[in-house]
Design a protein around this ligand. Structure first.
Ligand code: NAD
Ligand code: UDP
Length: 328
């Protein structure tokens, strides 16, 4: 039986990855310190004979007994609101955390896949974004803590590949959504859906002309799984190229919710990318992968998930775990 370590396992993507690898017959070790994650995302795996959970902060030395075949490093705050609240933790998990996991992969002779992001392209001057674009990032802006940690992560990963011959994979994930996102994580989909469910106005930042391209979680997990098992070492974009303005998206959510609330406008956060759309030519070619779930279907499933959560979840403003990490 192959053994895989998944960091960020209690988070949105990490928990779906745990499910996928259990389903494929792997022995899975999940690791998380719950800083932005939630125990409940893994509750259903607690008693599974092939699942083990280790509560640990990956910025500290990571020790695992026994062999490992694969490591998927997904630990990191991922929402702009989260990483503004815990900026130093964000820089540390992308740099120190990644270093620890690359060291572990080297010691175990394991293949490692690193979760990078479309944010390495910053506020892109090239559209759509293909992997050969170097990006446009403000190193000292508020988003720099995330963007630069992820760029450093990519550089360190390639150095381990080139210098130590480590088997590495890098996925550049574009906005992905679905069940198990935290309702209060501040990203646009949980934000709009939470507002719709509470009967509040939808808050569009800026004039709403900025674009995003949303990928359903099942498609993202399939792309990541294929990339891990491929022999391609350079970064690969995984996302859904179906691009929409945030304004048009807010209108879709109002329609989906069947409610009548207004759309109101707030200030655009600093360095908020004005456009984002993945060029997935490479993923199509080397992974024979493309997204299958359209936005209409994916949003229906996600809204049903949020609607089914206990009522009190709707009114939680702050994530309770931040207070434990305030010193960072
Ligand atoms: P998430 O916040 O739901 O999950 C991240 C998990 O990492 C959380 O459970 C958190 O507690 C854990 N974590 C953070 N710091 C840690 C540390 N020091 N030690 C141990 N665990 C730690 O976010 P997500 O959307 O699931 O994102 C997962 C990964 O994918 C991140 O690396 C993120 O940068 C990347 N990514 C996600 C998206 C997306 O659209 N969802 C887009 C681009 C990149
Ligand atoms: N956004 C918005 N209202 C919200 C939350 C986000 O208009 O309540 C906008 C945000 O400014 C950005 C887009 O939606 O232009 C996507 O934001 P998100 O936080 O999901 O992630 P990003 O793609 O910026 O990393």
């Amino acid at each position: 039986m192959k053994r895989v370590l998944i960091t960020g396992a209690a988070g949105f993507l990490g928990s779906h990855l745990c499910d996928r690898f259990i389903h494929e017959g792997y022995e899975v070790i999940g690791m998380d310190n719950y800083i932005t994650g939630d125990k409940r995302n893994l509750e259903h795996l607690e008693q599974h004979p092939h699942f083990e959970f280790i509560e640990h902060d990956v910025t500290k030395f990571v020790a695992i007994d026994g062999p490992l075949d694969y490591i998927l490093h997904f630990a990191s705050p991922a929402s702009p609101i989260d990483y503004l609240k815990i900026p130093i933790q964000t820089l540390k998990v992308g740099s120190l955390g990644t270093h620890n996991l690359l060291g572990l992969a080297k010691a175990k002779k394991a293949r490692i896949l690193i979760a990078s992001t479309s944010e390495v392209y910053g506020d892109p001057l090239v559209h759509p974004q293909s992997e050969d674009y170097y990006g446009n990032v403000n190193t000292i802006g508020p988003r720099g803590v995330y963007d630069e940690a992820k760029r450093f992560q990519e550089s360190l990963t390639m150095a381990y590949h080139r210098f130590h011959g480590l088997e590495t994979r890098i996925v550049r994930i574009f906005n992905t959504y679905g069940p198990r996102m935290r309702l209060n994580d501040g990203r646009v989909i949980p934000a709009f859906m939470g507002q719709a469910l509470r009967g509040e106005d939808l808050t569009v930042f800026g004039d709403g002309s900025q674009t995003r391209s949303f990928c359903y979680v099942d498609d993202q997990i399939e792309g990541i799984y294929r990339l891990l098992l491929s022999d391609y070492v350079y970064p690969v974009n995984i996302g859904n190229p179906d691009e929409i303005t945030i304004n048009a998206f807010a209108e879709e959510i109002v329609k989906l919710a069947g409610t009548k609330q207004k759309i109101i406008y707030k200030d655009l956060p600093q360095n908020d990318p004005l456009q984002r759309q993945p060029d997935i030519t490479l993923a199509k070619k080397i992974l024979d992968w493309e997204p299958k779930v359209d936005r209409h279907e994916g949003m229906k499933r996600t809204y049903a998930y949020f609607k089914g959560l206990p009522k009190e979840e709707l009114y939680k403003i702050e994530h309770k775990n931040f207070k434990d990490h305030i010193k960072q």
